[in-house]
Design a protein around this ligand. Structure first.
Ligand SMILES: [Cu+2]
Length: 123
């Protein structure tokens, strides 16, 4: 009886571990909205970047509209190194960053201090 209990507990622990790792990897990407020859997506900056992962269509000019609600100095700047962007974000005022995603791939971006991260996925 004791052995069965240990087995059940072990299975539950393994299940939780698998769920934890699987769940962590499965971050849902939010796709930009395409309108003619442009695509747009709004990213809220408030204790992080929301959505954390945005999906863009390759070869279509993309406008990332950062809406900064968090006044902490951490979010003064946003840096997209792969697109040569480092820009200041005003508080409570949408700020557009236009990039040209010509190559498929995953591109990380961060706050000016490299503490908070977001990701652009080009498909
Ligand atoms: Cu920071």
């Amino acid at each position: 009886m004791n052995k069965l209990l240990v087995l059940v507990i072990a299975l539950v622990v393994v299940g939780v571990i698998i769920w934890w790792f699987f769940g962590k990897r499965k971050v849902v990407a939010t796709a930009a909205v395409k309108d003619g020859d442009r695509q747009t997506i709004e990213i809220t900056v408030d204790g992080g970047y929301k959505p954390a992962v945005v999906e863009l269509e390759r070869g279509v000019k993309a406008e990332l509209v950062f809406v900064r609600k968090d006044g902490s100095a951490c979010f003064d700047e946003v840096v997209l190194p792969d697109f040569g962007v480092r820009t200041h974000l005003p508080v409570n005022q949408p700020h557009s960053v236009t990039i040209n995603p010509t190559k498929a791939g995953e591109y990380k971006y961060a706050c000016g201090m490299n503490m908070f991260f977001g990701k652009v996925v080009v498909k």
